[in-house]
Design a protein around this ligand. Structure first.
Ligand SMILES: Nc1ncnc2c1ncn2[C@@H]1O[C@H](COP(=O)(O)OP(=O)(O)O)[C@@H](O)[C@H]1O
Ligand SMILES: [Mg+2]
Length: 379
């Protein structure tokens, strides 16, 4: 074992949101002592571990926090990689490595990485500002993405025709061909320090037929063996090309003509892996811990088909969160509710998620609809 779990060591996590919270939940089984840094004094992890209140992007804050840790990891990418590099130089174990976080922080560098390594991705051009986007009207229909600090759809917009050009982002970003995809899938892959690599079976995002929003996630993805093998191969290739240690989520498009294109990657536990807590032998959180502690990677097999529904703040409500329909939902067999412990709700804020397991896929879908209609976060 790379690091004795009996020894007095500390695992530091940059970020104390829901991903950190579920990482702590899993770490309890391995008796792991956590220390957390987050800019919000009421972050979901605040009362669950040793907690430090401070900015993740501030060099001195991260240096001071990291100096008291043995291993440092992240649950959000927007952190001071300069501090993480200095900590790694001092001999701290930093996983994922700061260089990998830096590459992923900027979608422009991410795209260049795919291009340079022969990883299939949507055709793109880099743009410096809105004028630049407008000059490339011939590239439409396209998706305009901000290079940095756009997440959960905030840095992404579709430019279908020239009439959409006035809303182009006026900051370094990129234009990507609009892909008329058949499905969006995700593969989570892990690699430990000794080089062992393991993937989870692909999951599929199911879109709302009218609103074009991810409605729920389904595991396993309903794809052919060939597509599944290609998605698996790409996820493994990316973590190896990055030489990364830790957990990596790989979001991909399956095109109507059967190609798999990489959309984006995230070097940490991911929304598309929540269902592994109930539905796979090893959860993504445990796998992340195994990878960064250089333990043997866990069995990723699916125990039962599952669906995952994000529990978002109901539009029209803002304030102290209340959970309507909780009893009715937890009464259903195979339904597990996760609340993230956020005190206040606002429209579309991620407040929790629900995992539903069922051997019968039709029944599973019925339960998804019941959960979506019944459980609401209001104020
Ligand atoms: N090139 C593209 N063609 C079609 N849809 C896209 C494209 N790029 C992104 N999207 C859609 O926008 C969503 C968000 O884009 P993504 O790059 O994953 O940004 P975020 O960081 O917000 O998750 C994707 O999940 C997908 O549904
Ligand atoms: Mg995404």
């Amino acid at each position: 074992m790379g690091l004795s779990l009996q020894q007095n060591f500390k695992l530091g996590v940059l970020g104390g949101g829901q991903l950190g919270r579920m990482l702590i939940q899993s770490g309890i089984d391995f008796n792991i002592p956590f220390t957390i840094l987050d800019p919000d004094a009421h972050a979901p992890c605040a009362s669950l571990a040793e907690f430090h209140h401070g900015k993740l992007t501030d060099y001195d804050t991260v240096m001071k926090f990291g100096s008291a840790c043995d291993i440092i990891t992240i649950e959000i990418e927007n952190v001071s990689t300069a501090a993480l590099k200095a900590l790694a130089k001092q001999g701290k174990k930093v996983f994922p490595q700061p260089e990998v976080i830096e590459l992923i922080q900027d979608k422009r560098i991410q795209k260049k990485f795919y291009h340079d390594n022969g990883i299939p991705t949507a055709e793109f051009i880099l743009t410096e500002n809105a004028e630049d986007v407008k000059r490339n009207a011939g590239f439409l229909p396209a998706v305009n993405k901000l290079g940095r600090e756009g997440y959960d759809g905030r840095g992404v917009q579709i430019l279908r025709t020239e009439a959409d050009l006035p809303k182009a982002f006026n900051a370094p970003g990129l234009l990507e061909k609009l892909i008329d995809f058949e499905k969006e899938i995700s593969v989570i892959v892990a690699r430990n320090e000794r080089g062992e690599v393991k993937t989870f079976p692909a999951v599929e995002m199911v879109f709302h037929p009218v609103h074009n929003l991810v409605e729920y996630l389904f595991s396993p993805a309903s794809i052919s063996n060939e597509i599944s093998a290609e998605a698996d191969r790409l996820a493994q290739k990316i973590i190896l090309d990055l030489n990364m240690v830790g957990l990596l989520a790989v979001e991909m498009f399956v095109t109507k003509d059967g190609r798999v294109l990489v959309n984006e990657i995230a070097p940490r536990p991911h929304n598309s892996g929540h269902q592994t807590i109930e539905a796979n032998t090893t959860s993504q959180y445990e796998q992340h811990l195994r990878a960064i502690l250089n333990l043997p990677l866990g069995d990723t097999r699916i125990v039962l088909p599952s669906a995952m529904v994000n529990l978002l703040g109901e539009p029209g409500y803002e304030g102290l969160a209340q959970y309507q329909g909780f009893d009715e939902v937890v009464k259903l067999p195979g339904v597990h509710v996760h609340l993230y412990g956020k005190r206040s709700t606002k429209p579309f804020r991620k407040m929790g998620h629900v995992t539903i397991v069922d051997n019968d896929v039709e029944r599973l879908k019925k339960k998804v609809n019941f959960v979506k209609e019944t459980l609401k976060v209001i104020a």
